[in-house]
Design a protein around this ligand. Structure first.
Ligand code: NAD
Length: 247
């Protein structure tokens, strides 16, 4: 479904991001995954190459909260592959801190990575996509972008912002044939869940109409669909993959 397409996936070393990278490779894309540390990036690439030596995957580790580093990494991808068809802004951090325990630094850390870093990646990429005649941007949002959550206010705040950026840029960039969508996962089996006490996760899981947390591959499938030609007329969409948790 993505044969020959060039994709960048941030936060691609583990969790949902690595699931997206694997699905994109299985569907014929060439992928550059961005991670935060050299050793985790190299390990993730190694694991994927062990699965299939024909997969064209490589890794980079720009500091996503440094606009210049991100721009340079994106320009390097364009230089090497000639184009960028898909940008997935997936890297994100979560937290469950009660309001009265917050520090300003903790709040800023979430906003810097979950919101500002998306803008840093989108700006140079959209210029490249416009010049090449189009492209597709997919942001990872969350079910809490629709419902909020009862502690850790920085996280839902950041994901509401992701939705705002997604819908607004879809409207602005449609004329350049750039589609902008988001996937809003519900509770998904990754290491991110470790930021929350078990009883919080159990309470949420008990209320999921489908009766269980989502699997990484089930979320990654939505990223394949949105990046594929099947979604050519889909833009400005926040696609929930949450077993109807939000309902
Ligand atoms: P995870 O913690 O397993 O993975 C997060 C990824 O982000 C990792 O690859 C990590 O390297 C990267 N990352 C973290 N900090 C970084 C930094 N400073 N610079 C660069 N990269 C950094 O989490 P996950 O569950 O796979 O989450 C991926 C996305 O899905 C996030 O945006 C998250 O908000 C969203 N999400 C997750 C769930 C869930 O239940 N797991 C639910 C809704 C939304």
């Amino acid at each position: 479904m993505l044969k020959g397409k060039i994709a960048i996936v941030t936060g691609g070393t583990r969790g949902i991001g690595r699931g997206i990278v694997r699905k994109y490779l299985q569907n014929g894309a060439k992928v550059v995954l961005f991670g935060s540390r050299q050793e985790t990036v190299e390990r993730a690439v190694e694991i994927l190459k062990e699965e299939n030596e024909l997969w064209e995957v490589e890794g980079m580790y720009p500091n996503l909260t440094d606009a210049m580093e991100v721009e340079n990494a994106i320009l390097a991808v364009k230089e090497k592959f000639g184009r960028i068809d898909i940008l997935v802004n997936n890297a994100g951090i979560s937290q469950g801190t009660p309001l009265y325990d917050y520090t300003i630094e903790e709040f800023d850390k979430v906003i810097d990575l979950n919101v500002k870093a998306l803008f840093y990646a989108i700006l140079p990429t959209a210029k490249i996509m416009k010049a090449q005649g189009g492209g597709c941007i997919i942001n990872t949002s969350s079910m809490v972008s629709l419902s909020g959550q009862p502690s850790g206010v920085a996280y839902p705040t950041s994901k509401f912002a992701v939705n705002g950026m997604t819908i607004s840029l879809a409207r602005e960039l449609g004329k350049d044939n750039i589609r902008v969508n988001a996937v809003a996962p519900g509770v998904t089996q990754t290491e991110m869940l470790e930021a929350y006490p078990k009883q919080v996760i159990d309470a949420i899981t008990a209320k999921i109409p489908l009766g269980r947390a989502g699997e990484v591959d089930e979320v990654a499938n939505a990223f394949v669909y949105l990046a594929s030609d099947l979604a050519n007329y889909v833009t400005g969409e926040i696609l929930s993959v949450d077993g109807a948790t939000r309902a």
